[in-house]
Design a protein. Structure first.
Length: 364
């Protein structure tokens, strides 16, 4: 059983893997009902020993076994059909689940994503065939919100400028020179997008005494959140720090452009732990080069960020390599969410984190 494996090595013993057999000219992989398409290097991050036992239990309840695949691309192996697969657990890098691929998974009933955004691989064909979709984005909300808070505090206190100066060998007097610093208490912070992560960030900000503005066309409970709902341009004009938590949709492409950056007050800061899609990176770079505003960024148009990228050299920028969600606790939480959804599906209960076709139009 996979549950008997060490947490650091969750791959089932080779002797426990389903044996391929030939049927109609295609390789048919027999009784595996739960396919886990998570690369080997990430498996232990999502699934500890208890989680592995729960995976086995779900598969057993469905009358089959767990099969581990080294990422979603393994599904596309030519000529391979998995006639018993009812559940597919996905990870980043999953290829689109189109008609051709789904034809090889004729009994598929549920796709459970260990991450948040399913837009890159969920197609209309899935829903047309009655396959349900769920995701574990809620598990990522807390760590990303904490990083967004960390970035906000760093910009308010001019940490990037101080750090750059000292790391570059500036003399003490030069290193001390920085724009005015501010406390979070009483500062006006603008949050763009009341998403799961946006709401987690709002809770942290309000608990620490910030005045929070929110721009989100779907926000209906601003009073309950303790925030002020405003239009986007007003948010940029009034906020000391603007924090992005919006989805990647056609209408949010370069939501933060040169015009909106120019609305920001002198000394303001931009925090992006969401998606580079939201920001015109060239316009941001031009504004940052003036020294008028600061930024803290976890996402970029080019990833990995090139070693000679100009953002790396700016003293008023804090950079991290797209790892805001990558905490030990967050990854295990994502795995637990997926397993809870599999349990619900196996018992015939509604999914708690289901994704519908309508959801794809306004979330990512």
């Amino acid at each position: 059983m996979t549950g008997a494996q060490p947490a650091s090595s969750p791959v089932p013993h080779p002797d426990r893997q389903p044996r391929p057999r030939t049927h109609g000219g295609s390789a048919e992989l027999g009784a595996a009902t739960v396919l886990v398409a998570v690369p080997e290097g990430l498996r232990a991050e999502f699934f500890d020993r208890d989680a592995l036992a729960r995976l086995d239990a779900v598969a057993d309840r469905l009358g089959g076994t767990v099969e581990w695949l080294d990422g979603g691309t393994a599904l596309a192996s030519p000529g391979v059909v998995r006639p018993a697969a009812r559940v597919l657990v996905t990870c980043w890098g999953q290829p689109p689940l189109d008609a051709a691929l789904l034809d090889r998974l004729p009994t598929l009933q549920l796709v459970a994503h260990t991450g948040a955004s399913v837009r890159p691989f969920v197609t209309g064909e899935l829903f047309a065939r009655g396959v349900r979709v769920t995701q574990a984005g809620q598990g990522m909300a807390r760590p990303v919100a904490e990083v967004a808070l960390t970035f906000t505090l760093a910009l308010l206190h001019q940490v990037p400028r101080f750090d750059h100066a000292l790391a570059a060998g500036a003399d003490w007097a030069t290193a001390e020179s920085a724009p005015p610093r501010h406390e979070l208490l009483g500062s006006t912070i603008g949050v763009v997008g009341a998403s799961r992560t946006g709401r987690a960030n709002i809770a942290l900000l309000t608990a620490l005494g910030a005045r929070v503005l929110v721009a989100d066309p779907y926000l209906t409970d601003a009073d309950a959140l303790g925030v002020e709902a405003v239009e986007l341009d007003e948010l940029f004009r009034r906020s000391r720090i603007v924090v992005l938590h919006a989805p990647s949709l056609p209408e949010t492409r370069h939501l933060v452009d040169a015009r909106r950056l120019a609305l920001m007050p002198d000394g303001a800061g931009l925090v992006n732990t969401a998606r580079s899609w939201l920001v015109d990176e060239a316009a941001l770079l031009a504004e940052l080069r003036t020294g008028r505003i600061d930024a803290a960024l976890d996402v970029f148009d080019a990833e990995p960020l090139p070693a000679d990228h100009p953002l790396r050299a700016l003293p008023n920028v804090l950079l991290t390599p797209h790892h805001a969600a990558g905490t030990v606790e967050g990854r295990l939480r994502q795995g637990r969410i997926v397993l809870a959804e599999l349990d619900r599906a196996a018992r015939g209960e509604p999914l708690e984190h289901a994704v519908t076709p309508d959801d794809l139009e306004r979330v990512a």
